[in-house]
Design a protein around this ligand. Structure first.
Ligand SMILES: [Zn+2]
Length: 251
């Protein structure tokens, strides 16, 4: 079992709006969900550790629109580590990745820790929602986070998601090993053009300081694959879009 990143539900000893760090051990924080009294509009009220969910000014997800043209360098991705186990943590289906996959950004080396899925998409693109969104979560040695987001339209079955769903455990927090290791590189589109902006975890404690990279080229997922995730989560598992405020989105 991974000790570093239990889902995106990082628990922080410091104020949650400072730089996110990778907690060594999960603390005991309030239960939260995607609907009702424990839903997104109530997260900040559930636990003082979740204050940033309401008080933050750079929250995720967002509607990615009005991007400014910048000379963004090509993404430097070198994925060697493979997905080793699949976890249903009650908030998402997550694949924990063996060490060895890196994203180099801002002169820092971020290592891919895990990837997981939301339905419908959390981020939007010019107001458009997508059927699903994948988040590839990377951390540097100091615990700074960088997330690569892949958006999925309805269409052909996605072969990597098929691999993940085949290993999807029924019970929460019981990891299951897929029949064959899952290659995270196969999750990414060939065209790796991207939008970039600062944001937060999209789950409590909604910690800010996360580098977000949303890939412009959507991939496809089948309706039955979306339905499988919805069933496993007992509904949608997406936080609504948050105000962009003073942030700049570049492309
Ligand atoms: Zn996510």
């Amino acid at each position: 079992m991974p000790k570093l990143i239990p889902g995106l539900t990082l628990c922080l000893a410091l104020a949650p709006w400072v730089h996110p760090t990778v907690a060594a051990e999960a603390g005991h924080h309030a239960h939260w969900s995607y609907s009702g009294a424990e839903g997104p509009t109530h997260w900040a009220d559930l636990d003082p550790a979740y204050a940033a969910c309401a008080a933050g000014f750079a929250q995720s997800p967002v509607d990615v629109s009005g991007a400014l043209d910048a000379t963004l360098p090509p993404l430097v991705i070198d994925y060697q580590g493979l997905g080793q186990d699949v976890v249903n943590n009650g908030h998402t289906i997550q694949v924990n990745v063996a060490p060895g996959s890196t994203l180099t950004l801002d002169g820092r080396t971020f290592t891919l820790k895990q990837f997981h899925f939301h339905t419908p998409s959390e981020d939007k693109m010019n107001g458009e929602s997508f059927a699903m969104e994948g988040h590839l979560v990377h951390a540097d040695p100091e615990g700074h986070l960088a997330v690569i987001s892949v958006l999925y339209r309805l269409g052909a079955e996605n072969p990597v998601i098929a691999q993940v769903w085949n290993a999807m455990p029924e019970r929460t927090d019981t990891p299951a090993a897929p029949p064959a290791p899952i290659d995270p590189a196969a999750l990414l589109p060939t065209d790796k053009g991207y939008f970039r902006f600062d944001g937060s975890l999209t789950t409590p404690p909604c910690t800010e300081g996360v580098r977000w990279i949303v890939l412009k080229a959507p991939m496809t997922v089948s309706q039955s694959q979306v339905d499988r995730l919805t069933a496993a989560m007992h509904g949608a598992n997406s936080r609504p879009v948050q105000p962009v405020n003073a942030r700049v989105i570049v492309r």
